[in-house]
Design a protein around this ligand. Structure first.
Ligand SMILES: Nc1nc2c(ncn2[C@@H]2O[C@H](COP(=O)(O)OP(=O)(O)OP(=O)(O)O)[C@@H](O)[C@H]2O)c(=O)[nH]1
Ligand SMILES: [Ca+2]
Length: 498
């Protein structure tokens, strides 16, 4: 009988406290495993893809985007997987041979076929958006621009992807989708920190887009969005002909029309001293951006650099018309613009040029002074300092840099103070800044008006819960171990001690 009682007392499994501990440990483990499974489920995602062709005035780029299939409505999920530069010029340059525009895309589209897994090809949307080069061609001859678009459409339809159309996008779309791209990639739609404005400088047009508190005085410059539960009132404007290639023609045409031309020589302060090139008049006047034609003038001229940064600034200022403004405030050419607000991301040629000139971290006054110095460097010295840079780009950096600073200061009314709020960027989180991502997000409905479901727990909450549960289990194991090891007290013990 005594033996039986002793056995009963010795068996720890019969103690209610031990049973309770084991049950709690089991519950803890089940909760931990279940939470980990739910939390990490999206890690085992399959990817989806989308293709957007940016048919710009100077060249075409093909962008491939990817995103986790089950998280497409969460902000920040879409990333650029690959970008391919189409060889040759932009599609608008194929007006004399529209079929060539279609076949120019083949190399980059073949790359896309290799990069995107075959089983996803059929469901991968393809969009082509053409910008200012095609807007200009349509202004000149709409049947030619239609032929070029038909040719690229026929070419894109030959691939196994889900072709969704090729069209000329509007300047407002180009500005607004560039703004969506930079803010999506910076994750600003989820953060309380607000958004950044977008500055895009192409070859044939330039866009400015930012959130403005002002009531818009012109509905054409105003766009309203509701994204992830927040309303945004955007100011946007696209200046056709104010991309850096077209504005150079505009500036040259103004000089050619003035008295600056003597004996077929055009002296130009925006080109380096020692720069000399034979150019045809048609290379300047072959665009609807330059309205007046020259009468009784030679067919070609010598473009002669004098390399004077200050004089270049004065010449560039002449491409902006400040004489007419029917609103409370304007940028230039009578276009309504409220005062710039907040931080800006400036990309495409804003970045190429400012980065080459090493001006991306300077304040406005320093940038201007450095540029004047750069412009005064002789052409031979420039060429030998940068032997690997394309000569066409190299020759134009003085002009382009001067145009950029003048556009920002005299055009958009940035001051020395607000200029500091501009960041010159090429990529954000490995994706190029530009309108294409925003365009695709919009067309695939991946930017919901209301905030989508968030994960069951925020990351911090998940980690804290795991930590608390681990500590609890650990303590329970210790307590259980101590109970298990505690010597059994026998009724005869006191006797032994005594
Ligand atoms: N310096 C330099 N210039 C470049 C580079 N890539 C493009 N450009 C030039 O920069 C200008 C703007 O280029 P993009 O932003 O591609 O212009 P785009 O999209 O073709 O033109 P839009 O239709 O007006 O938007 C053009 O004059 C290009 O020739 C580069 O890597 N370096
Ligand atoms: Ca562009």
């Amino acid at each position: 009988m005594d033996e039986q009682r002793e056995m009963k007392v010795k068996n720890p499994w019969h103690r209610p406290v031990i049973i309770l501990i084991i049950v709690l440990i089991a519950i803890g483990i089940v909760v931990m495993v279940a939470t980990a499974i739910i939390q990490n489920k999206p890690l085992h995602q399959k990817y989806k893809y989308g293709i957007v062709l940016d048919a710009g005035s100077s060249h075409t780029s093909v962008f491939i985007y990817e995103w986790p299939a089950e998280k497409e409505n969460n902000t920040g999920m879409v990333r650029q997987k690959h970008a391919c530069d189409v060889k040759g010029k932009g599609i608008s340059s194929y007006s004399g041979n529209p079929a060539g525009a279609g076949s120019s895309l083949t190399d980059c589209m073949a790359e896309a076929q290799k990069i995107i897994p075959v089983h996803r090809h059929q469901e991968t949307p393809v969009y082509l958006g053409a910008t200012a080069g095609m807007r200009l061609l349509r202004m000149e001859d709409s049947s030619l621009s239609d032929q070029v678009l038909d040719a690229v459409e026929r070419s894109l339809q030959t691939y196994p992807f889900d072709y969704q159309g090729a069209r000329i996008i509007t300047g407002q779309e180009e500005g607004a989708f560039g703004w969506i791209t930079v803010n999506y990639l910076s994750d600003n739609f989820r953060k309380a920190s607000g958004t950044i404005g977008a500055l895009d400088l192409g070859g044939a047009s330039t866009q400015i887009t930012f959130v403005s508190k002002e009531n818009s005085e012109n509905p054409e410059n105003s766009m309203d969005f509701r994204l992830y539960g927040n309303p945004y009132h955007l100011y946007t404007h696209s200046f056709l002909c104010y991309g850096k290639d077209q504005v150079l023609k505009l500036a040259l045409a103004k000089k050619l029309q003035s008295l600056e031309m003597q004996e077929d020589v055009l002296k130009d302060a925006c080109f380096h001293h020692g720069y000399k090139a034979n150019k045809t008049l048609s290379s300047v006047f072959n665009t609807p951006c330059v309205s007046e034609k020259l009468a009784d003038s030679p067919k070609s001229f010598i473009h002669w650099g004098t390399g004077d940064g200050v004089e270049c600034q004065n010449a560039v200022r002449k491409v902006f018309n400040h004489s007419c403004c029917q609103y409370s405030t304007c940028s230039f050419n009578g276009v309504y613009q409220p005062p710039v607000e907040g931080h800006f991301g400036a990309f495409s040629a804003f970045y190429f040029v400012m980065n080459f000139l090493n001006l991306t971290n300077d304040d406005l006054e320093t940038a201007k002074a450095k540029l004047i110095n750069y412009c005064s460097t002789p052409w031979e010295e420039i060429k030998s300092s940068y032997p690997s840079v394309k000569e066409k780009y190299l020759a134009e950096y003085c002009f382009s840099g001067t145009y950029i600073l003048t556009l920002l200061e005299d055009g958009y009314n940035f001051t020395s103070t607000t200029f500091k709020n501009i960041e010159f960027i090429k990529k954000i989180a490995d994706s190029d800044a530009g309108w294409t991502l925003g365009y695709m997000l919009n067309l695939t409905n991946m930017i919901p008006a209301e905030a989508p479901d968030t994960p069951p727990l925020p990351h911090g909450g998940f980690v804290s819960l795991m930590l608390v549960l681990s500590l609890l289990i650990f303590s329970l194991v210790i307590v259980g171990y101590k109970c298990f090891r505690r010597p059994v007290v026998y009724s005869s013990a006191p006797k032994d001690i005594v």
